[in-house]
Write a protein that binds this ligand. Structure first.
Ligand code: ATP
Length: 325
């Protein structure tokens, strides 16, 4: 389809073109289309900019009429020039809340349908700002305020620099009325309240530019964090010996590097839900050794704790065979 030369759709097209040049020069991509404004504008731009675009629409089956919404989105994708548009029907089951279960099912379905192509997602600058703000309030440590990355194979996010208002405007320019997910307006979801109440208030009080500043901060932190991760990987090669941490070999490293080495080591040993407090307590076994007892970390069995102990200069992680909870 020939797109109109209007400002918003041109901005979306430029963003997609830049992304393709950087991450997928062969130009064969899949696009995850919900039917909402962001992914609809993305699909239109991709169908014009990429060599081939296959649209993937997930029907979670959670709302009445979801099958029709999905079919309609797929039909639009074909009109926009996608070479194919498939509806993937998923069953949302599992623990951790409906939203998380739906997300898991969606990403699994997209991953198995994408063949070897990367999948473009419609996350915008505003989604990035919300992610960073949520992480700031709920998370622990710098990693929780990393922004989403433009390409984390196979997931691509060409619109991270584009405002949500622009994707809505682009749809208007294309004469398309996007599907409005009722969840996107429900104050039962924290992210919705953040979008409709918190961010507008912050913009008002702080005089604008907040969303962009948050998104920029998330980007910077992710880049810097990735660099520290690679330094920590090198440090781990010296410090992890036979699955244990050699305290003397790790003690000289800078604190953020030590905590990264310990975090990766603990996660690979089955630790779960690691917080900053636990990491610091384990780090104390390395640099503040005064004969303290085992440090419990999450991830044991329902009745036996996972603990870290120091013996003869080495840190071990394992189930606490001496104590039951
Ligand atoms: N049902 C779905 N099928 C395919 N892709 C989806 C679906 N839901 C979300 N996505 C993808 O994930 C991205 C982010 O999801 P999110 O829930 O934030 O978006 P949305 O508000 O539902 O829709 P949109 O971002 O398209 O306006 C979407 O832009 C889209 O690329």
């Amino acid at each position: 389809m020939l797109l109109p030369e209007e400002p918003a759709i041109l901005q979306v097209r430029h963003a997609v073109r830049r992304w393709l040049a950087l991450y997928c020069p062969r130009g064969e991509v899949a696009v995850a289309l919900s039917g909402g404004a962001d992914s609809l504008a993305l699909t239109a731009a991709a169908a014009t900019e990429a060599r081939t675009v296959r649209a993937l629409v997930v029907d979670h089956g959670l709302q009445l009429g979801s099958a029709e919404v999905a079919q309609e989105a797929a039909a639009r994708a074909r009109v926009l020039g996608c070479v194919s548009a498939d509806v993937l029907t998923v069953e949302v089951t599992g623990s951790g809340g409906l939203e998380a279960a739906a997300r898991d099912a969606r990403y699994r379905a997209l991953d198995s349908a994408r063949r070897t192509d990367p999948v473009m997602l419609g996350h915008t600058l505003d989604d990035q700002a919300e992610t960073v703000l949520l992480g700031l309030a709920r998370g622990s440590g710098g990693r929780s305020i990393w922004g989403m990355s433009a390409f984390d194979s196979p997931w691509g996010r060409p619109l991270l620099g584009v405002r949500r208002a622009v994707t809505h405007q682009a749809c208007a320019e294309l004469g398309l009325t996007p599907h409005e997910d009722p969840h996107n307006a429900s104050p039962d979801f924290t992210r919705v309240r953040l979008r409709t109440e918190v961010l507008p208030l912050l913009e008002d009080v702080l005089g604008g530019g907040v969303a962009s500043a948050l998104a920029r901060t998330g980007d910077q932190l992710r880049e810097e964090g990735a660099l520290l991760d690679s330094v920590a990987e090198t440090a781990a090669k010296r410090a992890v010996v036979d699955g244990q941490i050699d305290a003397a070999a790790l003690a000289d490293a800078a604190p953020p590097i030590r905590r990264r080495v310990l975090r990766t080591w603990l996660l690979s040993a089955g630790a779960r839900g690691l917080g900053d407090k636990q990491l610091r307590a384990v780090d104390d076994l390395v640099v503040q050794w005064r004969g303290q007892g085992p440090v419990a970390v999450g991830g044991g069995t329902p009745d036996v704790r996972l603990v870290v102990c120091r013996r003869r200069g080495r840190l071990n992680v394992g189930l606490d065979d001496r104590r039951r909870v």
